[in-house]
Design a protein around this ligand. Sequence first.
Ligand code: ARG
Length: 562
Amino acid sequence: MKAKVINILQKALKEKKIKLKKEEIEKLVEVPPSIEMGDYAFPCFFLAEKLRQEPRQIALEVREKIRKFPLTDFDDVQTKGPYINFFLDRKGLARKVVWEAITQKKNYGRSDAGKRKKIIFDMSHPNIAKPFGVGHLRSTIIGNSLANICEFRGFKPVKLNYLGDWGTQFGKVIFGFTKFGSEKKLHKDPIKHLFSVYVKANKKTYEKKSREWFKKLEQRDKKALMLWKVFSELSLNEFEKIYKILGVKFDVYARESEAVRDSKKIIQELKARNLLKKSEGAQIVDLKKHNLGVCIIEKTDGTTTYALRDIVSAIKRYKQYKFVRMVYEVGQEQKLYFKQIFKVLELMGYKWAKNCVHVDHGLYLDKDGKKFATRKGKTIFMEDILDNTISLAKKEIKKREPKMPKTKLEERALKIAIAAIFYGDLKNNRSNNMVFDIKRFVAFEGDTGPYILYSYARASSILKKTTNQDKFKILELEEKEFELVKKLSLFSEVVEDALKHWNPSLIANYSYHLAQLFNEFYHTCPVIGSKEEAFRLALVEAFRQTLKNAMKLLGIEVLEKM
Ligand code: ARG
C-alpha cells in the first residue's frame, strides 16, 4: 500500500514540476500516530522553499491533482495543515489482505525478486578443540535467520560454516595434549578436555614448543596431522549435537585448513601486484594509506595467518559460487579485520570485493553488564546454557499443565527453549550488546519468544472450536480489526526492510506488535457466535499464518498448543 501512496505522490508532484525519486518520497511518507489523520501522511514543508509557497497551500494543490486520478484503494485524500493524509479503503484492504494471507499460506510475504542469485553466509564458524562460544551462537542464530529471509525473497542462500581448524592455537592444543592429555578423557568429553590442555599449554614457557608444533602441522607432519584430525572430528561431532538442538543446518562445512594448500599461489599473486612488504620478518600488506593499518599475511616462520586463509577462501568461494553477496556474520571485534580483508581483495583487482559485507553483532552481557563469555573466571559451555533453558521451560510448562507426559514435556520444552533463545537474541538490533538473561527470555509474558508462541497457539485454539468455512463478507470493520489488518498488510515490506539492512530484529519486533494487536482484537471482538464470525475467523487464520511465516524466518517453530 505504501508503494501505491508513493506512486500517486510521484505522479502528482510531477504535475507540479517537482521530480522526486521513489526513494526520496519513501523517506518522507509517514504513518500518522492516530487513525483520524489517515493511514499515510505526506508532509509538504520541505517543498516550501523550492516552490516559494506556504506548505499548507502546496498540500491543497497537490491534493487537487491527486483527486483527479482514479483512486481505487483509497476512500479519501484530505489535507490537514501542511500534511496530505491518505485514507485507505479499509474494507477493501481487509478483504484483500485476509484473502491473500489465507490463500497464499506459507508463501504470504514471499517474493521471487532475488532470481535465485546466490548469497553466501559465512556463519557460526566455531573453532575446533574449543568450546562453542556465545559469539558463535549469535552468529548461528542471526546468520540462520538472514539466510531464511534471503530465501523468502527469492535468493539462493548458501549457509557456509567456516570451521576454525587452523592456526597457532592448534600448536598449543597439540603440544598440550602430548604433554597433559589423556585418551580416556578426550573421548569422554572431547571439547572440555582439549580446552583444559589448551589452557595448560597457553603459557609463555611453552610458546616455543607450541609454535614448533604448528609449524609441523603446516608441514604436514604425520603425528601432528593425526592428532589434529582426531580433534577435528570429535569437536565437529560435539558441534553437530548443538546444531541439532538448535535446528540449524548448513549447506557446506568449509575449513580454514583447506585454504593452506592454495596459500602459496595467492602469495605469488600478492607479490605480482606489488602488494607484499617485509616487516619485522613477516609479510604484510600495508594499508595505512587507507587508514586500515597493516594486514599480516605470513608470519616470520613462514606459516599462514587467519587473514591469508580468509583471502584464499574468499577467492575460492567466488570461483565456485559466483555469489552476488557474501555475508560474514561475525562479532564486532573483527570490524577492522574485515575492512582489511575486503581492501586487500579490492587491491588485488577482485571487483566482487565490493559485494562482501561484514554483518556484525554485539556481545552478550550478563546482568551486571559484563561480558557473558566467562563468568566468575569460568568458561560457559553451550550444553549448560541449553540444558538450563530447557529446564526453565519445563518449569513454566508444569505451572500450567502439571500432568503432562514426559516425552511430550521434553518435546515442548525444547521448542519453547529454542524460541526463547532465538527470539531473545533476534529482537535486538544485532549490532548492539545485549543482556543474555535466560529467565527473562523464557517468560510467557512480555516481549519474548514464548509469548509469541502463546499468541499463535491461542489463535489455533479458536480455529479448532469451529467448522465454519463460510465465505466471509465484511459488514462493519471495528477499529481493532482494522489495526490488525493493516499490520498484516505490512508483512512483506517488513521482510524487505530486514533484508535491506541485514536486520532480523525488524521481523521480530513486527511479530511482537502483531501478536499484541491480535490479543487486543481478541479481547474486544468476539469471534465464535458473532455476526461477523466468518470474517473474524478468516482474520484469525490470516494472523496465524502471517505469524507462522514470520517465526519461520527467525528460525522458530510454532506450537499448536501451549
Ligand atoms: N572462527 C572464527 C572465530 O571464532 C570466526 C570466523 C569468522 N569467519 C571468517 N571467515 N573469518 O573467531
